[in-house]
Design a binder for this molecule. Sequence first.
Ligand SMILES: *[C@@H]1O[C@H](CO)[C@@H](O)[C@H](O)[C@H]1NC(C)=O
Ligand SMILES: *[C@@H]1O[C@H](CO)[C@@H](O)[C@H](O)[C@H]1NC(C)=O
Length: 397
Amino acid sequence: MEGAKSYAWRRALIWVLIFLKVEGYFVDITYVEDAVAKGAVCLDGSPPAYHLSPGFGSGVNNWLVQIEGGGWCNNVTTCLARKVTRLGSSKQMVKQLAFSGILSNTPPLNPDFYNWNKVKVRYCDGSSFTGDVERVDPVTNLHYRGARVWLAIMEDLLARGMDKAENALLSGCSAGGLTSLLHCDNFRALLPTGANVKCLSDAGYFINVKDITGTAHIAAFFDDVVTTHGSAKNLPSFCTSRMALGLCLFPQYLVQQIQTPLFILNAAYDSWQIKNILAPGVADPHGTWHDCKLDIKQCSSSQLQIMQGFRTEFLDVLAELGSSSSRGMFINSCYAHCQSEMQETWLASNSPMLQNTTIGKAVGDWFYGRSAFQKIDCPYPCDSTCHNRIFEDYSAA
Ligand SMILES: *[C@@H]1O[C@H](CO)[C@@H](O)[C@H](O)[C@H]1NC(C)=O
Ligand SMILES: *[C@@H]1O[C@H](CO)[C@@H](O)[C@H](O)[C@H]1NC(C)=O
């Protein structure tokens, strides 16, 4: 009896430990109150925020700054809707966030970054930290101040010791992956000259392609984002001087000029891009793509053919990155979006691999210069290591 009891108890403990490992550990929020005086605020005027897990041991002077994602708002209607959510107001944010994957503090789960200062910057401006409009409409009370938020948070982190950084990595996923790319050189410039500074963009390589009806849907959307948020002066001038402003949110027109070492991690069939760029709802009024967008296994052969075409375009514009060994690349053929923040895709026994290498190892090797990594997967469905996303059907009810 005793033996069976303690066996059951031990089993329960193991499950708790596994659960803790998978879920990560919780880190408290820090509000940057003094940013408010600088007008560096969330859409609703509340202070911006981040979560900081201090570095330890040999990591005390190393900084990982990870930017939260969450799309964009492109006009007053969508920004008003966002203003009352965690993506537009720090009043709506949870006080603790779970850190896992690239933010894990456990050596076997995150061997190269576990003991760094790890920061998760909350996203509450809706413009990938590019907006800056002085005027606040008293009717909507919307603040378009993403670029000021970026600077206020960086100043706060520099004052907390990031000014002594020896190693630093700016990273982020989705809209945060785009932020990492947009602010890469500017992050570099804020840090000590002798520091080893690099940028990782996870699922941030949004491409300028037409949707399934031939409409330039995402280009029009990005154009609205830039106009609404007054982003022009905060986008790289080498782009804004040559191109329509809205185009200067697309990595393909920016990466060539980025000087700081940059790693692009992206699925070639990025599920957000398939759902919102290739086959957005407005382009599919009869819902022909509905099931396929929820689960790639449900796509018809003609839909898969269109998705192969999307991958070809993706790889074409990815070539803008060039082949310098400072540029890292992990482009797998999965139906996924964001692979660095979850333990199961970052580094686990069954996580995605390219040439037998996990994302966590590829990024670590590239960051520390142990080996270059520039790999592109064979086309879907050749990769058996994928964790393909299957989405809930929210429209069913
Ligand atoms: C705002 O943007 C959304 C999403 O693109 C669109 O559906 C809506 O019509 C736009 N509203 C206005 C007032 O332009
Ligand atoms: C892949 O890596 C594992 C562990 O590092 C190793 O045991 C295995 O032999 C490798 N497989 C191939 C095909 O290289």
